[in-house]
Design a protein around this ligand. Sequence first.
Ligand code: FES
Ligand code: FES
Length: 154
Amino acid sequence: MAAFTLKINGESRQIDVAPDTPLLWAIRDGAGLTGTKYGCGVAQCGACTVYLDGQPVRSCSMPVSAVGSSEVTTIEGVTSKEAKAVQAAWVAHDVPQCGYCQSGQVMSAAALLGLNPKPTDEDIDLAMNGNICRCATYVRIRAAIHSAAKTLEG
Ligand code: FES
Ligand code: FES
């Protein structure tokens, strides 16, 4: 065990775990932020997506010892204008079904709009193809991303 100080959603958190513990478990068990989900554990499904200094990463596959002083942002703390537009569009389009994959989907969608404010269907499919939804909500996800892009356009 070792003590790590992680910056999560703007707060410093002391977390005592083994250095090779995945960031996902430091977030969920150490910090008690359970919006980030465990799906596959091997960087294949996107359920565990958080931002590290604003960039989406798969927290199931990143050891806590590799985080250092980087800022971690989880679904509980994401407040960018893109994230707000995405969350509103998710509600308007009633996107989630079981909901399990959706925090990861929202994190990836907001990151996409931060980089590409007017994505095409192909851009969306490419950017989101690492986020798997076992309920197959892909059509609503795509519609909601277009709708969020329109909102951001003003
Ligand atoms: S749980 Fe991390 S990518 Fe699936
Ligand atoms: S909404 Fe059920 S896994 Fe995506």
